[in-house]
Design a protein around this ligand. Structure first.
Ligand code: BG6
Ligand code: MG
Length: 217
């Protein structure tokens, strides 16, 4: 068994309950554009960058758009999303997440955020989660979106931990693929059906023992 020293967490849907706000904002845009958008379809957008998410949404709605329309729509979605998260506080931290981070710290792990979101920093600050992390890699620091492994490789580099000794916690298919492409272990947070490529899948961090979990990787 390898000793996993670097723990890299996706933010939206793993540590904080923001995935629903992304969904609500995209759904609102879809409805404005005249089509409906389901939660099942939304699985394809999880973990994916803002512009790539918009492309997938427009493909679902069968809508062709110019670059300027796309920029305008992405900005509109983000305005709604930022409005939804503006009142965020520690109550939006997902059950078990804080306890898990505390245990990981006590075990001497190095912790990083590996998120596609350009809004990650505001969420970390509003929820009080920021001080737990030794590195934060977000959508402002990467050039390639998940499933590209760039975000996780940069996180490992900042943590100064070899990628093969890192473990990623992710709720998206794209993120699990990115972790595996980075040569890391992947813990899926959610359903086995959506995250079949993960090394282990748990429904949430609630009740999860960090020590026990890494033993099985
Ligand atoms: C990811 C979310 O964390 O960040 C995606 O899972 C989102 O749904 C992506 O599209 C980009 O977020 P933002 O905040 O930069 O639009
Ligand atoms: Mg996520």
């Amino acid at each position: 068994m390898k000793e996993r020293k670097g723990f890299i967490f996706d933010l939206d849907g793993v540590l904080v309950d923001t995935a629903k706000y992304h969904y609500l904002a995209w759904k609102r845009l879809a409805e404005e554009l005249g089509f409906s958008f389901t939660e099942e379809q939304n699985e394809r957008l999880k973990g994916v960058s803002r512009m790539r998410s918009l492309d997938i949404l427009l493909e679902i709605g069968n809508i062709k758009a110019s670059e300027s329309e796309k920029n305008e729509w992405a900005a509109r979605k983000n305005e709604w999303y930022v409005e939804y998260i503006s009142n965020m506080d520690a109550s939006h931290i997902l059950p078990g997440a804080t306890e898990f981070l505390v245990e990981a710290k006590e075990l001497g792990k190095r912790l990083a955020i590996g998120s596609a979101s350009k809004n990650a920093m505001i969420i970390l600050k509003n929820t009080g989660l920021f001080p737990y992390f030794d590195a934060v890699i977000d959508g402002n620091k990467v050039t390639k979106a998940k499933p590209d492994p760039e975000v996780f490789l940069l996180a490992a580099e900042e943590l100064e931990v070899d990628p093969t000794l890192c473990v990623v916690f992710e709720d998206s298919e794209a993120g699990i693929e990115a972790a595996k492409r980075a040569g890391m272990a992947a813990v899926g947070i959610g359903s086995k059906e959506h995250l079949s490529k993960a090394d282990i899948v748990i429904p949430s961090l609630k009740g999860a023992s960090c020590k026990e979990l890494v033993k099985s990787l």
